[in-house]
Structures are given as structure tokens and as C-alpha cells.
Design a binder for this molecule. Structure first.
Ligand code: HEC
Ligand code: HEC
Ligand code: HEC
Ligand code: HEC
Ligand code: HEC
Length: 431
């Protein structure tokens, strides 16, 4: 059995057994001086053994999170910072290292570089070692009160992989790639960090909040998900806000279900209409009365998130149409712009400038009205329309990754499929 020089500690702690296989395909691990640091191990190396997890991750937005690989983030990054293949790029407003990289390209941020094509693991975005070297969550606010977001919210191990249980937790070792008889065992020592990997803390460094240069928190995750319940009551006419800790499900419990015996790394969200479809239940009841149709549409948010969630430009639009017996549309709740024509049908968190105009997140100076569905909320939207010639009423719920103004500004740089509204709910009522 090959034993490497300095790995004793992590090894003893985790109780990992080493065999002669290494990350570098040969049976003799390279001398420590010749090994790249753990944070520079590309995900494909991990994928040699963890094939299924590697494939799941490769298809996830975590693997496509950089300005080189995500067209939407790429367009905004180029506008706010600069060319992701250049060194020395700074944020145009703060004039400092672009904070975006702390979350969208965490290994580049840890190396303080902005040239994302310089090494494969920079362009890999939120890759295996970005998460599996984390040892401790420090919180998203530094001791000086300044935000410490993404990669800077964690402490790291330089040389041992971190995971929920330490490597050996009673499962079969993964067979060697190519079906060789000798099972391969990871050459890096493992340490168990269940407190981090089994809690939401592993996600919150990047997902809890995002502040723009004006220090406006343009995206936040609901308090309930952080295990806090906020109760507002009135005591002697005064508003009192009470916060208490509650047992909340972890992010992993919904986003990393166990598939084929392993926690799935697909980690789906807004880019997957199937996932969004599961989040809102849509029902429609329509009644004719006295030459009018009364239609009641119920939207039930099944999540502990607001819906839509997270990135502030995500939005949902409810389209209500009345059809005649030929299936032609004879009435609709809006023609062009739901925000102007039927505001209740437009679900979004608005970000405003000082004049109260809706602006893109980087320019926002304050949070505006929030028409999103609250966690668990059941909302009924009522419509009244002329009954003449109407055979059926239809309600359709669409999800958009970005807003219309953003589309106009960045549209040319984006592929069509990211601009198309996704149909995530539909109900019909025949009269
Ligand atoms: C604290 C971590 C963090 C920082 C810092 C951050 N982001 Fe993000 N960003 C995220 C997360 C998490 C998402 C995914 C949110 C979602 O899916 O709703 C995201 C999503 C986005 C998206 C949408 C991408 C898509 O495919 O729809 C854009 C655009 C974006 N960020 C731009 C930026 C820019 C530009 C910066 C720097 C000025 C930045 N972000 C800084 C965490 C961060
Ligand atoms: C966004 C952070 C993140 C990234 C990126 C990530 N992981 Fe994980 N990984 C986790 C978390 C969290 C768990 C624990 C999940 C649980 O137990 O609920 C985990 C668990 C695992 C496990 C144990 C699975 C099990 O159920 O026994 C393996 C193996 C693993 N990851 C390998 C990888 C590999 C290989 C990659 C890259 C292809 C990768 N991870 C990328 C966060 C991440
Ligand atoms: C040579 C094969 C091999 C390579 C390469 C490899 N691993 Fe593993 N890994 C294993 C085996 C075997 C286990 C134990 C599996 C088990 O018990 O289920 C394991 C377990 C894990 C676990 C689970 C630990 C826990 O706490 O439960 C994580 C996380 C993990 N590996 C991450 C990685 C990452 C990240 C890389 C790339 C830097 C990597 N592995 C490269 C073979 C490998
Ligand atoms: C190092 C930062 C980082 C960590 C840690 C991290 N994420 Fe992310 N996550 C991101 C970024 C950046 C994006 C946005 C990618 C994009 O759209 O460009 C994202 C996107 C997502 C999405 C949206 C995917 C989609 O289809 O649009 C989900 C869901 C998600 N993350 C869940 C998680 C969960 C659950 C965890 C913890 C297990 C986690 N993330 C940990 C940075 C991170
Ligand atoms: C009760 C299940 C559940 C829990 C718990 C949960 N999520 Fe989600 N999450 C979902 C579903 C379903 C979606 C898809 C709907 C959507 O895109 O908003 C989603 C969407 C997302 C998105 C993408 C939002 C968008 O519109 O692009 C992000 C990012 C995300 N979750 C992060 C997290 C994080 C971080 C946690 C832990 C703090 C968490 N989630 C906890 C179910 C859950």
C-alpha cells in the first residue's frame, strides 16, 4: 500500500484506507511537490471514479456558472465588469476585484485571477473541489461588517477532501473506470464534515444574499429557509417583530434527493421548467352569471421559497384568455404588457432607482413592490369578462428567466431558448 508523506492527519481523522490507486492513473502517486494543490484538481479527475455524479453536475448550472459558459450571466458580467478571458478586470463601479467571481467562478476568486480561460477549473465554475474543500461556513458578513460572499464566506482545507461522512460509509468502492478488476480509491484523504455538508450552510455562502454596489440586497432567500420564523404582532398599537428559530428543511432535502444511492448533483432550478412546474399549483373555476363570466384562478406556492425566487429578474406571468367555439381568442387579460395592463398577473420583485423607476439589479438603489408568491401562499385572482360568444376560459402560467427590458438590452447575445417563456401551468374551464 502506497502511503504518502504528509497526509496523516486528515487520514487518521477520517479513517480512510488507501490503496495503490491515485488520481493520476498511475499506481504510484506523484511526489507531493509535483502534485497540483487540491483546489486545482479538475472535475473530470473526480469524474473518473464518480462517473454518475460527474454527469449530473456537468448538466447543472453549477457547471455552467461562469461568464464563459452561462450566456445570461456572461452578458451581464461583460456589461458590469469586462472580458472574462482577460487578467486584471475590475468591477466598473466598485473598481475592485469583481465580486461576481466569488460565486460564479469560486476557484478563480480563490486564486484572485479574472482570466477564466487560464485553467480548466476556473471555467468549471462551481466545481467539485469548490464545494468539497470547504470546512466551515463563516457567514456572509465579515467582522468588519462588510459582505463576504461566495468563496470568501468559507474556510478551506488545502489537502483533504471534505464530505458528508468521510469516504468510507459502508458503500462499495467504485469500480475502476474501464471495468478493471482493481477498485479505485481516491488518492486524497477525506474528512467528514457532516455539520457543513448536511446543512444549508454549504449553500448559503452563495445563495443567502447578493448585494449590488449600492449595498441593496437584490436577492435573498426566505427567512423560513434559514430556520427563522418572523412573526409580526401589534402590542399596544405598536408593530413588534418577533424572530424565533424553527427546524427548517435543508436545501439538499429538495435539491439533492438520493438517486441510485447517491445524493444527486443535478441541483435543478429556474433553468429546468419541470422543476418550476412542480412549484406552483394552478386551478381555475369559471361561472357564467348575468351575461358575465366570473373566473377565479388560484395559485398555490408549494415551496418554502418565494416564487419566483432568488435572482430578481426571474418573473412569472399569468395569461388568461377566453375562447369561442372555434378555439379563437375573444378576450385576454392583457395584449402586450401585463405589468401595465393587468399588474396582478405579473409576479416579480421590483428593483427601483431613486426616482422610483424599475431598473436592472446593478443600478437599483431600493427594493420596490414585491408581487411574488410568498412561501406556501395561496392567492386567488379574480376576473370578470363578457360572456357572449365564450365557450371556454384558459389560464396559463409562464416563467421567464429575465425581464422584457433585460431582453431588449442583452437579447442579441442570448440564445432563443433562454428568451422563450416556459409554460409551467395550465388549466381550462369549459362553460
Ligand atoms: C453571493 C453570490 C453571488 C454573487 C456575488 C453574484 N452572483 Fe450572480 N447569481 C448567484 C446565484 C446563486 C444565482 C442563481 C440564482 C437563481 O438561479 O435564481 C445567480 C444568477 C445570476 C444571473 C442569472 C443567470 C442565469 O443563467 O439566469 C446573472 C445574470 C448574474 N447572477 C449576474 C451576476 C453578476 C454580473 C455578478 C457580479 C456583479 C453576480 N451575479 C454576483 C450568486 C451570485
Ligand atoms: C454545490 C456544492 C457541491 C458541488 C459543486 C459538488 N458537490 Fe458533491 N456533495 C455536496 C453536498 C452538499 C453533498 C452531501 C449531500 C447530502 O448528503 O445530502 C455532496 C455529496 C457528495 C458525495 C457523496 C454522495 C453520497 O450520497 O454518498 C460524493 C461522492 C460527491 N459529493 C462527489 C462530488 C463530485 C465528484 C463533484 C463534482 C463532479 C461534486 N461532488 C460536486 C456538494 C457539492
Ligand atoms: C480513484 C477513484 C476516486 C477519485 C479519482 C475520486 N474519488 Fe471520491 N471517492 C472514491 C471512493 C471509492 C469513495 C468512497 C465511496 C463510498 O464509500 O461510497 C469516494 C468518496 C467520496 C466522497 C464522499 C465522502 C463522504 O464524506 O461521504 C466525496 C465527497 C468524494 N469522494 C469527492 C471526490 C472529489 C471531489 C474528487 C476529485 C477531487 C474525488 N472524490 C475523486 C473514489 C474516488
Ligand atoms: C460557490 C458558490 C455556490 C455554492 C456553494 C452553491 N451554489 Fe448554487 N449556484 C451558484 C451560482 C453562481 C448559480 C447560478 C448559475 C448560473 O445560472 O449562472 C447557482 C445556481 C443554483 C440553482 C439554480 C439552478 C438552475 O437550474 O437555474 C440551484 C437550485 C442551486 N444553485 C442550488 C444550490 C444548493 C442546493 C447548494 C448547496 C448544496 C448550492 N447551490 C451551493 C453558486 C453556488
Ligand atoms: C421544499 C423544497 C425546497 C427547499 C427546502 C429548497 N428549495 Fe430551492 N427550489 C425548489 C423548487 C421546486 C424550485 C424550482 C422553482 C423555482 O425555480 O423557483 C427551487 C428553485 C431554487 C432556485 C432557482 C430559482 C430560480 O427561479 O431560478 C434556487 C437558486 C434555489 N432553489 C436555492 C435553494 C436554496 C439555497 C435552498 C436552501 C436555503 C433551497 N433552495 C431550499 C424547492 C426547494
Amino acid at each position: 500500500m502506497a502511503v504518502w508523506g504528509k497526509q496523516g492527519l486528515g487520514w487518521m481523522v477520517a479513517g480512510v484506507v488507501m490503496t495503490a490507486a491515485s488520481l493520476w492513473a498511475s499506481d504510484t502517486p506523484p511526489a507531493e511537490s509535483e502534485r497540483p494543490p487540491l483546489k486545482h484538481v479538475p472535475s473530470a479527475n473526480c469524474g473518473a471514479c464518480h462517473q454518475e455524479i460527474f454527469l449530473q453536475w456537468s448538466n447543472s448550472m453549477h457547471a455552467k456558472s461562469t461568464a464563459l459558459t452561462d450566456p445570461i450571466h456572461g452578458a451581464v458580467y461583460r456589461m458590469e465588469a469586462g472580458d472574462p478571458s482577460e487578467e486584471g478586470v475590475t468591477h466598473k463601479v466598485t473598481k475592485s476585484f469583481p465580486a461576481c467571481l466569488q460565486c460564479h467562478a469560486p476557484i478563480a476568486a480563490r486564486d484572485k485571477t479574472t482570466k477564466l480561460d487560464a485553467k480548466p477549473m476556473y471555467a468549471e465554475g462551481v466545481n467539485c473541489v469548490a464545494c468539497h474543500t470547504m470546512t466551515h461556513f463563516k457567514g456572509v458578513q465579515g467582522e468588519d461588517g462588510k459582505p463576504q460572499l461566495g468563496a470568501s464566506a468559507y474556510d478551506y482545507s488545502k489537502d483533504s477532501l471534505q464530505g458528508p461522512e468521510g469516504a468510507f460509509h459502508g458503500k462499495q468502492p467504485i469500480p475502476a473506470p474501464g471495468g478493471g478488476a482493481e477498485p479505485k480509491v481516491n488518492a486524497f484523504p477525506h474528512q467528514a464534515r457532516s455539520a457543513l455538508f448536511k446543512s444549508s450552510e454549504i449553500c448559503l455562502g452563495c445563495h443567502q444574499t447578493m448585494v449590488n454596489p449600492q449595498k441593496v440586497a437584490v436577492c435573498t432567500i426566505g427567512d423560513l429557509l434559514l430556520g427563522k420564523e418572523v412573526k409580526e404582532t401589534k402590542v399596544k398599537g405598536k408593530e413588534v417583530k418577533e424572530t424565533r428559530d424553527v427546524v427548517a428543511p435543508t436545501c439538499q432535502s429538495c435539491h439533492m434527493p438520493v438517486l441510485n444511492g447517491f445524493a444527486s448533483h443535478e441541483i435543478l432550478g429556474g433553468h429546468d421548467p419541470e422543476k418550476v412546474r412542480k412549484s406552483v399549483a394552478l386551478t381555475l373555476v369559471a361561472r357564467e352569471d348575468d351575461g358575465k363570466i366570473a373566473a377565479a384562478i388560484t395559485l398555490k406556492n408549494t415551496l418554502l421559497h418565494t416564487m419566483p425566487n432568488s435572482a430578481p429578474f426571474r418573473n412569472m406571468v399569468l395569461k388568461v384568455t377566453a375562447l369561442n367555439d372555434k378555439g379563437e381568442v375573444v378576450w385576454s387579460n392583457f395584449k402586450e404588457n401585463p405589468d401595465k395592463e393587468d399588474p396582478q398577473a405579473f409576479l416579480i420583485l421590483k428593483l427601483l432607482n431613486n426616482e422610483g423607476q424599475p431598473v436592472m439589479p446593478p443600478q437599483a438603489t431600493k427594493i420596490g413592490p414585491d408581487s411574488r408568491l410568498k412561501p406556501g401562499e395561496k392567492r386567488v385572482l379574480n376576473y370578470s369578462l363578457p360572456a357572449s360568444g365564450v365557450k371556454s376560459v384558459r389560464a396559463e402560467l409562464f416563467y421567464n428567466l429575465i425581464t422584457k427590458p433585460m431582453m431588449e438590452k442583452l437579447g442579441e447575445q442570448l440564445p432563443e431558448e433562454l428568451k422563450k417563456p416556459a409554460l409551467v401551468g395550465r388549466a381550462d374551464a369549459v362553460l
